[in-house]
Design a protein around this ligand. Structure first.
Ligand code: OSB
Ligand code: MG
Length: 373
């Protein structure tokens, strides 16, 4: 049983080590929305809202999330006694459309807090079965094919178990082919288009079919399952959906329509852990492999991703790269690290499993607001 009686929002700024470009935009510095949740018993934990700076991935941004949490989400959660964090998803969906990332920031925090109160690591609290998770890397669009090849080779040398290459028109089949030729047939390669194409590009996209990719992620529009189904009929490469899967129902639609064969699960995109776990379970029943996506989280959001990726059907390496791939210095200790392409699930502490550097967060904070019932 728990009662959240205080939520503090903070915006911090954290510079990426290198700019990251995808087909729909570029980021250099992250504006990160952190939440600190406090239970009536005095226990507290941190969570992260993954909304980006601009609405190029989903309609949400850090600013819409801030407004949604203060005006609509916190009032439904604060002061409410709940038996289990699994109750919050339905409560936040009732007559309340969208704003999944904002909802997830609070909902996931409630899971983190509940694990802490139960005295269990978050991974075990949600039914995780892995002690380590396989790590992939997501490479942004580079200046030249040679630069991309260098990055891919360096990533393989570091031990990454999957290389995801961001693509867009003019930087696609030939670029990925160049990488495939450089790294050989066995490397796990995939491409992520972030909606860069239309169904009229089907013949062009079929050019990927000879490159042995494990999947092509979200080639078409963010909210379009119908045309993805048409495209999947014309490609032998499995389609993986990211942006399009915003709920369990959309995952069910994907299976009904044949819009894809793999799901990238991001708890933030689907309204939190309850929904993410439901999608995981559904996919498992339908023999759809899933993997954990990333949104350039800080070490706090990463803790939730690692816990999620410890569930049994996360059989493909996730975009859960170590802290040092993103930041000069993370805001948690220990930082997230990778050994032999694997990241250890922290099982020795209750809750999210890493210590949060509160002094550093205070120094990085540009905006804060505390909400009470
Ligand atoms: O499409 O998976 C994506 C980052 C921001 C927005 C969308 C995506 C991504 C990534 C980054 O690919 C993965 C990571 O966090 O390492
Ligand atoms: Mg993606």
């Amino acid at each position: 049983m728990m009662r959240i009686d205080q939520i503090t929002l903070r915006e911090i700024r954290l510079a990426l080590k290198e700019p990251f470009r995808i087909s729909s935009g570029e980021i250099r510095e992250r504006r990160i929305l952190l939440l600190e949740l406090r239970d009536a018993s005095g226990a507290h934990t941190w969570s992260e809202c993954v909304a980006g700076e601009a609405p190029n991935y989903s309609p949400e941004t850090i600013d819409t999330a801030w407004a949604a949490i203060t005006q609509w989400i916190a009032p439904r959660v604060l002061g409410r006694t709940i038996e289990h964090p699994g109750e919050l998803y339905a409560e936040l969906e009732h007559d309340f459309r969208g704003h999944y990332m904002a909802k997830a920031g609070v909902e996931m925090g409630a899971w983190g807090l509940a694990a802490m109160l139960a005295g269990e690591p978050l991974s075990l609290f949600i039914g995780g079965t892995r002690t380590e998770v396989a790590v992939g890397i997501s490479l942004g669009i580079q200046a030249s094919p040679d630069r991309l090849i260098e990055k891919a080779q360096a990533a393989l040398a570091e031990g990454y178990r999957k290389i995801k290459i961001k693509i867009e028109r003019g930087h696609d089949v030939e670029w990925v082919r160049a990488v495939r030729e450089a790294v050989g047939p066995d490397a796990h390669l995939m491409a992520d288009a972030n909606n860069a194409y239309t169904i009229d590009d089907a013949d062009h996209l079929a050019g990927f079919d000879s490159l042995g990719l494990v999947m092509i992620e979200q080639p078409l529009a963010w909210d379009d399952l119908v045309r993805h189904a048409e495209l999947q009929k014309r490609l032998s490469t499995p389609i993986c959906l990211d942006e399009s899967i915003t709920s369990l129902e959309r995952a069910q639609d994907m299976v009904t329509l044949g819009s894809g064969r793999i799901i990238n699960i991001k708890a933030g995109r689907v309204g939190g852990f309850t929904s993410a776990i439901a999608i995981h379970d559904f996919a498992q029943q339908h023999r759809i492999p899933v993997w954990c996506g990333g949104m350039f989280e800080s070490g706090i959001g990463r803790a939730y991703n690692v816990a999620l990726a410890s569930l049994p059907n996360f059989t493909i390496p996730g975009d859960v790269s170590p802290s040092a791939r993103y930041w000069a210095q993370d805001i948690v200790s220990p930082e997230w690290t990778m050994t032999d392409g694997m990241m250890r699930v922290p099982l020795e502490h209750r809750g999210i499993g890493v210590a949060v550097d509160e002094a550093r967060i205070a120094a990085l904070t540009v905006r804060t607001e505390t909400l009470r019932p």
